[in-house]
Design a protein around this ligand. Structure first.
Ligand SMILES: Nc1ncnc2c1ncn2[C@@H]1O[C@H](COP(=O)(O)OP(=O)(O)OP(=O)(O)O)[C@@H](O)[C@H]1O
Length: 304
């Protein structure tokens, strides 16, 4: 038993007939960490999140949640909440009634319902029926339902799905605040920018296996051959300087200067540009380290 981590999964395997959805998966999530789960369609993300929520049992391996080993389905300890495949809601009930029904099922009183509705930005539509809700509103209501139980571990399958930019910002704000209070969060997403903004650690799954797990910074360190877009005050001169810098490969992407090279050569290029009086307005990876790693590590695995 390990009380220092929220989730410790080792060698988890899950098959659906001949389909191996998870194949020896390890996952460690610390307290107060927001951990991203990414992978192509069919990689096993929802299956893994479902196991963490106790919706099914693993075929083999071990899963420990909040210090308690999971032995069978529906065995999750108190303090775990979330959803997979979209939040389960009663369409004919209002937002408030949905939460009241859930509170009764969990043996909780109605106290807190207004607070969580307010927290997820649904206070104004609290008495509207859920069947008229947009995808983003249903996601918010699902999050409200999870928050109602005051969880110590939140397990969320694509929580930003269907949210507009303001909704996404609200959800990010809520999750970041919860994590600051020590709540652990595991979430899946197809949006690399979401994962990069929210998560300190990420696990990349491909075909049921973990191909990377660790801090986002480690991915950046392992990707020193990214393409960088360089926007300057004098593009022709910058192109000439880049071509003359040892170790730098210049790639033409329209009018925009794009370079590739080891970190030392990129550093040298910056020094030379500035030395030549060329102002650097932007020096940024064309695709983020996470996206580059995702594409490199999951190449050919999509669409099982
Ligand atoms: N209940 C099930 N019965 C049969 N096969 C299943 C079942 N659930 C998942 N699978 C299969 O297991 C594999 C992993 O599916 P899973 O839904 O976990 O992937 P995912 O990473 O969440 O994909 P997506 O990004 O498309 O949601 C897929 O091949 C899927 O078809």
């Amino acid at each position: 038993m390990d009380r220092h981590v929220a989730i410790r999964a080792r060698g988890v395997t899950k098959c659906f007939r001949e389909v191996v959805a998870l194949d020896g998966v390890d996952l460690v999530v610390g307290h107060g960490q927001i951990h991203g789960l990414v992978g192509p369609n069919g990689a096993g993300k929802t299956t893994l999140l479902g196991l963490l929520l106790g919706l099914a049992a693993a075929d083999s391996g071990s899963i420990e949640i909040l210090g308690t080993p999971l032995r069978q389905a529906l065995d999750t300890p108190d303090g775990v909440a979330g959803f997979v495949d979209g939040p389960g809601l009663y369409p004919s009930l209002t937002a408030r009634q949905n939460l009241a029904a859930l509170a009764r099922l969990r043996g909780l009183g109605p106290a807190g319902i207004d607070d969580v509705l307010d927290e997820v930005g649904l206070a104004d539509v609290a008495d509207d029926r859920a069947h008229g809700f947009s995808l983003g509103m249903r996601q918010r209501l699902g999050l409200a339902a999870a928050l109602l139980t005051r969880p110590r571990l939140l397990v969320l399958d694509e929580p930003s799905n269907g949210l507009d930019p303001a909704g996404k910002r609200d959800v990010h704000r809520i999750l970041t605040r919860l994590a600051a209070d020590g709540v652990s969060v595991v979430l899946s997403s197809h949006r690399m920018d979401d994962v990069e903004t929210l998560c300190s650690e990420v696990t990349i799954l491909a075909a049921g296996r973990v191909v990377f797990s660790g801090p986002l910074g480690k991915l950046a360190a392992e990707n020193d051959e990214l393409d960088y877009r360089v926007i300057t005050s004098d593009p022709p001169a910058a192109g000439r300087v880049a071509r003359a810098t040892a170790g730098i490969v210049v790639l033409n992407k329209g009018d925009v200067l794009v370079v590739r090279g080891p970190v030392a050569a990129l550093d040298d290029l910056v020094v030379r540009l500035v030395g030549d009086g060329i102002s650097i307005r932007e020096f940024a990876p064309v695709v983020s380290p996470l996206e580059a790693a995702f594409l490199a590590l999951t190449d050919g695995e999509a669409g099982r």
